[in-house]
Design a protein around this ligand. Structure first.
Ligand code: GLA
Length: 751
């Protein structure tokens, strides 16, 4: 188990509970990738790649007589540059004379207990279990003097391998990196489907699955943020893989800026994945002795289908990516005033919302955008993180006191990385914004992006936010970021280093977040970027939860949360009940169904509860009590997708099962009612087959239309006992629902 180097065979073998990862040194001391997949035993894997002379696949000079050996054909662990492998490359490095070339040779390696850390970048940790081992393989290029440190973190029980790469200039000239990927993964055999998560603002992370073409397919962002459009997470699975069966690989960069994951099927059918920082407009100057670290990537593999893969990521993100006390702590049910008031509020209006919320059991009030500077709409004020006393007379303290007096915590919204043109900050420091010389900056939401690569900007924000958090009893921060990056030009970088600006921005953001989350360990930070525009493993190292989407429509959320669930746990997905007709779609759904959808996330409210009828207010109380009762099961249980919205259009269903298989909550929302409706039959998952379970409760929500035949029949199941195998194999027919978007929750407990 763990990490082994076999000196005779010259192989490195990384073993987790159920996977094996193997690399080997060849006759020229190059590092070949030999295998990653379900656990295997011994055997010479290098024999899988017999020499074969492929036309136009060149040979190393030393192999000129052995034409069957080509870097263009062999699986590589991390490619060189311009030296015979025409497939996707990891690296472009340029010398002072303009030459671009690098060829790696093994130099040394070290194996250590514990998980490596990365300077300045978020990375998985092993604080809890003490199970990780780390491997560093050092490769060198003799001409440039560039060294490559390949880092591997092996999490045996979590079944996860992390990778990262460090490039160190050990030569005497200044080198320029024009591409520096985090990793390359060659899967030599197999035919794969690729699954990725695409979208747009307010409709993020829609799952798409397609067979790989014999070409290069790319999932990327050049927006300076991981983006609403292409989430930095890719799955390759065998063509027959489904939720329960089949070989699946996950590649998840721990990075929140412009990223790029390319997948190439080459001339031999080998599939190469290269993942890392996007190389468009990227460059990094490395003076002698300097190092560049490419972000981490989290790899997972299972032969048990997509659910197992997702659960591996869920567990790993919760235990090994997220940090601090809120990973497992009970998080407050919150009310956010954004969709209740937008910019139009004062202290009294906020307190009225808080009073009603407190009476119904909500635990925290979050004051959203508009509390600072001159901020009555989204055209001004960003950057001026001083209280707007016209709206909040006397500042934040009197308001927080009033909220706290209701027994509620207080949270606040900030958008530190941005500046409005109409702000005191911009008037004082126009050079702090990213703008191109001689051009009027591109505007988005009428705001600009601060140059977070500047230490003085990070220092300013550190001071302002420290002041805010140190002087007010603030329990929660919603950290927003509401535009993408254009005009990328930093006033503090010389001309030949402008290619560093976008990544330096991310390093500045990470530094600021590191400082603040360390300084204020008791503050719960929720990430946000116009909803899910920066929903990635990098951000989850600082934010235990991220606002999943600006689309709060319960029915659309089912699709967004379904897609998100492939890589990210329920405990990371910010989800709220909002008003109807929904502000984004105009759709009306039952209040309870909105709660059922929001309960597949961190759960909260975002509407003026004073506008609810007494009956609806009573429902809110019931919802919070229900969520409270099942909190552990929902937030810390295993998550099962029971339907795929691309296949099942009538309803969406999902299930939570606790790790001990002692209880489960099945959730179903009817999205398309039908006449003469077919039964709503679900096959439960994740139960102990031989254990007995009782259907404890069956709550039907929002079923306004006359129940059809079958309703009574299904209700008869309540109180009945079934074996786990019966519920999983024969399944269970839920009550027949009708009308607009009713839902049902079935709670089943082991007897
Ligand atoms: C973004 C967020 C919203 C809200 C607004 C405020 O769009 O995603 O939740 O905070 O900004 O301007």
């Amino acid at each position: 188990m763990g990490i082994q180097f076999d000196a005779a065979a010259r192989t490195f073998t990384l073993s987790t509970r159920s996977t094996t990862y193997q690399m080997g040194l060849d006759h020229l001391d190059r590092l070949l990738h030999l295998y990653y997949g379900p656990a295997i035993g011994q055997g010479d894997l290098a024999a899988m790649y017999p020499p074969a002379d492929r036309g136009f696949s060149p040979n190393h000079n030393a192999d000129r007589e052995r034409r069957g050996i080509s870097p263009d054909v062999l699986p590589q662990e991390y490619t060189g540059c311009n030296t015979g492998d025409f497939r996707l490359s990891c690296l472009v490095v340029r010398e002072e004379n303009g030459a671009a070339g690098a060829e790696w040779r093994y130099a040394s390696h070290s194996i250590q207990k514990g998980k490596y850390a990365l300077t300045g970048l978020p990375a998985a940790h092993d604080e809890e279990n003490d199970e990780a081992e780390s491997l560093c393989i050092r490769m060198e290029d003799s001409v440039t003097g560039l060294a490559l440190e390949l880092l591997y973190g092996v999490f045996e029980r979590q079944d996860i391998i992390t990778r990262a790469a460090r490039l160190v200039n050990g030569g005497s000239q200044t080198l320029r990196l024009e591409k520096a990927a985090s990793m390359c993964l060659d899967l030599p055999f197999g035919r794969w489907d690729m699954i990725h998560f695409h979208g747009r603002h307010a409709m993020e992370r829609r799952m798409e699955r397609t067979p790989l073409m014999n070409a290069i397919q790319t999932v990327s962002s050049t927006r300076g943020a991981s983006s609403h459009h292409h989430n930095p997470f890719v799955i390759l699975c065998d063509r027959k893989a489904n939720e329960e069966h089949g070989l699946c690989y996950g590649v998840m960069p721990v990075y929140s800026g412009s990223h790029r994951t390319d997948v190439e099927v080459d001339q031999n059918g080998l599939t190469r994945i290269v993942s890392g920082i996007h190389d468009e407009r990227f460059s990094w100057q490395l003076a002698p002795g300097e190092a560049f670290t490419a972000p981490e990537v989290i790899l997972a593999c299972t032969e048990n289908g997509l659910t197992a893969l997702s659960q591996q990521y869920h567990r790993f993100i919760r235990h090994n990516v997220c940090r601090g006390e809120f990973r497992f702590a009970r998080r407050p049910v919150l009310i956010n005033n954004w969709e209740a008031t937008y910019f139009d509020f004062d202290s009294d209006a906020i307190v009225r919302i808080a009073e009603k919320a407190a009476a119904l059991g909500v635990e925290m009030l979050v004051l959203d955008d508009g509390w600072f500077g001159k901020r009555n709409d989204d055209n001004s004020g960003l950057g001026d993180w001083f209280v707007n006393e016209q709206k909040l007379p006397g500042g934040l303290s009197p308001l927080i006191e009033r909220v706290n007096a209701l027994g509620m915590k207080f949270g606040i919204w900030v958008e530190p990385e941005m500046v409005s043109e109409d702000s005191d900050l911009y008037r004082a420091h126009p050079d702090w914004a990213l703008t191109l010389p001689g051009r009027a900056p591109v505007m988005s939401r009428n705001q600009m992006v601060l140059d977070m690569g500047r230490p003085d900007v990070v220092d300013y924000l550190t001071e302002r936010l420290t002041d805010l958090l140190a002087n007010n009893p603030i329990a929660y921060v919603k950290w927003d970021m509401n535009r993408n990056m254009t005009d990328v030009y930093s006033r503090v970088l010389p001309a030949d280093r402008q290619g560093e600006a976008a990544h330096r921005y991310m390093l500045g953001v990470y530094k600021l977040l590191e400082t603040l989350t360390t300084r204020f360990p008791h503050v719960l930070f929720e990430g946000c970027a116009g909803g899910g525009g920066r929903f990635d493993a990098g951000m989850l190292a600082y934010f235990t939860q991220i606002w999943c989407s600006d689309d709060t429509d319960a029915i659309e959320r089912l699709v967004i949360q379904h897609g998100t669930s492939f890589g990210y746990p329920v405990s990371s997905m910010g989800a709220h009940v909002s008003a109807c007709p929904n502000h984004q779609t105009g759709r009306t759904t039952p209040l309870w169904t909105r709660a059922v959808a929001a309960m597949a996330g961190t759960f909260g409210y975002e509407l003026d509860l004073n506008k609810l009828s007494d009956e609806e207010a009573a429902q809110v109380k019931e919802q919070i009590a229900f969520f409270d009762k099942h909190y552990q099961l929902i937030q810390n249980g295993l998550y099962y997708r029971l339907t795929d919205p691309t296949e099942e259009e009538r309803y969406a269903a999902w299930q939570f099962v606790d790790e001990e298989q002692g209880e489960t909550l099945v959730n179903l929302v009817l999205t398309h009612p039908e006449a003469n409706a077919r039964p709503l039959h679900v096959w439960l998952r994740g139960l102990a087959p031989d254990a007995l379970y009782r259907v404890e409760s069956l709550d039907i929500h929002g079923c306004h239309a006359a129940p059809q035949a079958g309703l009574d029949l299904a209700m008869e199941g309540v109180g009945k006992v079934y074996s786990g195998s019966t519920l999983m194999r024969a399944g269970y027919t839920l009550p027949q629902l009708a009308g607009d978007y009713p839902s049902v929750q079935m709670y089943v407990k082991r007897v």
